[in-house]
Design a protein around this ligand. Sequence first.
Ligand code: NAP
Ligand code: HSE
Length: 435
Amino acid sequence: MKERARHVSDPLRLGIAGLGTVGGGVVKILQRQAALLKLRTGRAIVISAVSARSRGKDRGVPLDTYGWEDDPTTLARRADVDVFVELMGGSAGPAKAATEAALEAGKDVVSANKALLALHGPALAEQAEDADAVLRFEAAVAGGIPVIKTLAEGLAGNGITRVMGVMNGTCNYILTRMEATGQNYDALFRECDRLGYLEADPTLDVGGIDAGHKLALLASIAFGTRVDFGTVTLQGIQSITLQDIHRAGDMGYRIKLLGVARMTDQGLEQRMTPCLVPAASPIGQLEGGTNMVVLEGDSVEQIVLRGPGAGAGPTASAVMADICDIARGVRLPAFGQPAATLRAAPPAPAPSPAPYYLRMSLRDKPGALAKVATVLGANGISIDRMRQYGHASQDAPVLIVTHGTARPLLDAALAALPATGVVKGEPVALRIEDA
Ligand code: NAP
Ligand code: HSE
């Protein structure tokens, strides 16, 4: 973290690779706010050159005064580039090669690339520090919400106890629109496609992978651990039905694709899974494509950050925050502490105990409910609430909310239920998070 000898009044020269949604947004801010940025950072921030796949494409912004490179790696190495701004995306290929080339050349790097950082963050952070360069990625987590700055700087005096949040706007849009409109998952997925909300590979969104990348990055900063995306428990929203949403609502909950990271005695717990949260909680009230991150520290208690998690303006706003820090001479380590001090935390073998919501269909015959209750009891699971819905058919819809339960006990009970002969199909089991 050595202070660099820089001519802090010289213009800061950027090389921007990627002129799509985010890159175009960054160029617009730099053009529109040039005077303000100079006042705030004490120096001009200028674009030396840009790169994208197609030189001829109309980007809605004038680019003719900037240099052009077909190859982002060549851009990263240009002598007139101080900061390489990587806004192409992808966890490998040109984004990784160009980022490594920039760091190798001692350039500072600003990236919005959550996939790249989640898979290669520790190595890139080490490379940056070895080169006395800075690597920043505010835009990679929760778009316009300054969550990394809040965690690494604003809460630097806290032992972080839990990081939790809704970090994929597409999933929250689908789940809340299902509830509001009564349309099913497939219809809302198609709507997101039409609106341009989906990642190029939509499994990244609905499979929880994109949000899992973001959670892994936050967990590293929160707990001083090496980013470990491979041990994030992932479950997407594809199997959430309208029925689940409505039944959960009846019990006072809403379903969210919720990320939770906490350090336990058993190890680091990282989960990105559909969970029930109290409908009246801040996360429970989150609508549409908005993101929310809840940070809990031993001194501050709880901070709730809410804002747009995607889109040109919000994401470019976060990219600009990193660029402005570099322009001001702020040189923080990528993950809030020197990369070599980030420890490899063992993953927690199971999630911490929690209440669970169980939905199942029972054959409507005497003793059916008692058989289910017996299996739960035999596995040490205590029932908090239960509801059976009126039904015309021979299948009775039943909801059960358990008391706090260890997941392995629940798994054992779920495995034992088919042998009762009264449960139809696969029960749905969703964790209820204390949000
Ligand atoms: P995008 O609209 O698809 O833009 C990607 C840009 O990268 C395009 O300009 C493309 O060029 C360029 N590009 C792709 N491959 C290239 C290559 N080999 N060489 C040179 N340029 C190349 O993507 P985006 O939405 O702006 O996302 C950019 C990054 O920000 C990603 O890492 C994404 O995960 C992250 N991010 C995005 C959002 C969001 O709301 N969009 C939010 C947070 C983070 P052409 O235009 O010529 O095809
Ligand atoms: N696909 C992401 C989302 C974009 O829906 O939140 C922002 O990372």
